[in-house]
Design a protein around this ligand. Structure first.
Ligand code: FAD
Length: 375
């Protein structure tokens, strides 16, 4: 039986980033994936590094999002240096497009929210927006430019992060997933894998929306899959510079010339199929934003499963089982939050302290809710 300082269940971007960070800290790390790592949500993602708060209910994630944005360039440098790959990082900002007459008060409120968070955002007229992005629809009524938004190719990034972790000495195993926690009393000794057991001082569950299927982990990580469908378009005549957003639909330009259009949020279990209604919604949204895409070639369609949680917040940190940590439930923001997630897990493993308050994301919060109230 193999023994490690730390083992990670799951080789999506979250598990890969944690393995890299822990290996860089000098730990002996093993990462175990049920299949070829990096082929689930992290592969399916739009790759946007978007710290803007989508709703006030997500404000508690903001400090973590901002911290991740700050460490992102350094993290990318590390991954690119170790893997020798370019991950398609683009820091061109985003443009929110308003197609309906929007009250000034609403725009001012959005701008205020951004400024309060320390994010740069500015309102633009329809004419200014069209000068910035000539391909957008003439129907635009107003826009907001968000300067701090970036994106990358999440497929290459996940693969490169796994490779970087390996170069730093982490051992990565495909096709040998975690079936159950291996516990002894109150101590997590490691994992029961499909093939045998593996022992470690620290066990990190980072299996995305599959984490709840690992026996013993479901009480800390009650994640469910939220399907998102995507379409890759190519049209040489149409160039967009920024990520474009309108009513939760988006277009993300890639460095390889593709434009990624997304997405849907559907609760259909672990079904990864692309559907007619999903494609209709995405393509209708895409063409209403950039009519010139009418002649675009559809290069690829796919769907992925986001790890969602009962309160839509990530699940991060230690548990009441010694040695057991959880890092999942990043829902729509796992690409954004990967570097800071890895940093915090590594801080806890090496010093039992963290540089950012992660109590809102504690894996223990679901158990507190389950306990009966006493008078
Ligand atoms: C369509 C779509 C668009 C998105 N767009 C964005 C975006 O633009 N920006 C953003 O920040 N986020 C985005 N997200 C969300 C983001 O992709 C996820 O939050 C993130 O990828 C989650 O990463 P993960 O490593 O936790 O999970 P995953 O990438 O799903 O990885 C989980 C891994 O665990 C493995 N596994 C499964 N079962 C086991 C087991 N029993 N034992 C061991 N391993 C196991 C799987 O094989 C997989 O490799 C999007 C998601 C989708 C689906």
């Amino acid at each position: 039986m193999k023994t490690y300082d730390a083992i990670v269940a799951g080789g999506g971007l979250i598990g890969a980033s944690i393995a890299l960070e822990l290996a860089c800290a000098g730990l002996k790390v093993g990462l175990f994936d049920a299949q070829k790592p990096g082929r689930e949500a992290s592969w399916a993602s739009g790759g946007m590094i978007s710290p803007s708060p989508e709703s006030p209910s997500m404000n508690s994630v903001l400090p973590m999002s901002m911290a991740s944005v700050r460490v992102y360039p350094e993290f990318i440098r590390l991954v690119e240096e170790l893997s020798g790959k370019n991950v398609g990082y683009r820091k061109e900002g985003a443009l929110d497009i308003f197609l309906k007459e929007t009250p000034q008060a609403e725009i001012t409120e959005i701008l205020e929210q951004h400024r309060a968070a320390g994010l740069r955002a500015e309102a633009v007229s329809s004419q200014q927006a069209s000068e910035l992005e000539p391909e957008i629809t003439a129907e635009i009524r107003a826009g907001i430019v968000r300067h701090d938004e970036a994106s990358l190719d999440s497929r290459i990034f996940t693969e490169s992060t796994l490779e970087a972790a390996q170069r730093q000495g982490a051992e990565i195993y495909s096709g040998n997933g975690a079936k159950a926690l291996w516990t002894d009393g109150n101590v997590c000794k490691g994992l029961q894998l499909d093939n045998g057991r593996v022992e470690a001082r620290w066990t990190v569950i980072a299996a995305g929306c599959f984490s709840a299927r690992i026996e013993g982990a479901e009480r800390y990580a009650p994640v469910v899959p939220a399907r998102g469908q995507m379409v890759a378009l190519r049209c040489d005549a149409v160039k967009i510079q920024r990520d474009l957003w309108c009513d939760h639909m988006y277009l993300v330009p890639r460095t390889d010339g593709r434009i990624i259009a997304g997405s849907t949020i559907e609760y259909e279990g672990y079904d990864r199929n692309v559907t007619a209604s999903g494609l209709k919604k995405i393509l209708t949204g895409a063409l209403s934003l950039v009519p010139g895409l009418e002649k675009a070639r559809i290069e690829e369609t796919w769907a992925g499963l986001r790890p969602d949680t009962p309160d839509h917040l990530p699940i991060l940190g230690p548990t009441d089982r010694e040695g057991l940590m959880i890092a999942t439930g990043h829902f729509r923001s796992g690409i954004l939050l990967a570097p800071i997630t890895a940093r915090l897990i590594c801080e806890w493993v090496t010093t039992q302290r963290v540089s950012l308050d992660w109590t809102p994301f504690s894996p223990m919060r679901f158990q507190a809710k389950r306990q009966p109230q006493t008078a």
